[in-house]
Design a binder for this molecule. Sequence first.
Ligand SMILES: [Zn+2]
Length: 174
Amino acid sequence: MCYAASRPSLRGRPANPIERTTLTKPTENPALDEQQAQALMESARAARGFAYAPYSRFPVGAALLADDGTVVTGCNVENASYGLTNCAERTAIFKAVSEGRTTFRAIAVVGPQDDLACAPCGACRQVLYEFGPEMVLVTPAGPNQPGGVRMTTVGALLPGAFDGTDLPALAEEG
Ligand SMILES: [Zn+2]
């Protein structure tokens, strides 16, 4: 059996993986309006321009809206080791925290194509959750709504998440 034949096939997957996720269920009362979400998405698209993705050629941009109104952007930063690659969402979070911001209203994420949603990976969902399950995630609405955005919450993306309250010392104090 040749190697190629033994690999799992990705054919047959939906063209847009977002259709398989809870992102198809928009949040009912998002903490930001359509205009704010569009502006945040525009910042994410601009940040995507700085992506360092020579290996995957899959540039991603993120824009994080802090409670004080500051927008902190991030892009994916790849590495020849592959495993040390950092996603756009985590780049934005780590930048923001390192600048003294730890409370956020929303994050917009966009992949290579403007109208295709780019779902945060599991690692990013966990890191975003640390800073609030109610944080709004803004993504492109999909090819059927060019220029549109969709909103959900980080909590909806990671039900039953592990967080600080799961740590015994904190649970006893609380
Ligand atoms: Zn990620």
